[in-house]
Design a protein around this ligand. Sequence first.
Ligand code: HEC
Length: 136
Amino acid sequence: MVMSCFVGVATVWGAGPEQRGASAAEATNGEQIYQRYCKMCHAMMPPPKIAPPIKGLARHYREAFSEKEAAVDHMVAFMQKPDPAMSKCRPQAVERFGLMPAMTIAENKLRSVSEWVWEQYDPKLRHHHHGEGGAH
Ligand code: HEC
């Protein structure tokens, strides 16, 4: 009687932490998704390495869209199927870095990371395109 009760409790506890552990390891918030899937190409701040920095992307998207919702929709669509015609960066960006490869991660992750990118806008970084003729 006492024994079977203990086994029952042990089974419940055995399943619990394992499930919690798995969901904690998933990258769910925008910044974690960035760290895992985007950081190898996109640095946070200029100077750019192999892709435009996040702060610059945020600025271009703030200039191109007044609504966060529309900007996020556009970023998600772009990442699923990058197309130079859809680029909100200057044409030189695609020429200089090449087109971004399509992202195959879940759409809800692309959405969280796009929302996070939008929030990285920093008004102090308005004039960082040095030595490129000042064209934005
Ligand atoms: C293998 C390198 C690579 C990875 C990984 C990568 N990117 Fe990019 N990304 C690029 C390059 C190169 C460009 C610039 C050319 C272009 O716009 O396609 C770019 C452009 C972009 C743009 C601008 C699109 C536009 O309007 O032109 C956004 C937004 C973006 N990346 C977001 C992300 C996010 C978010 C992730 C992670 C989920 C990510 N990228 C992962 C290389 C990468």
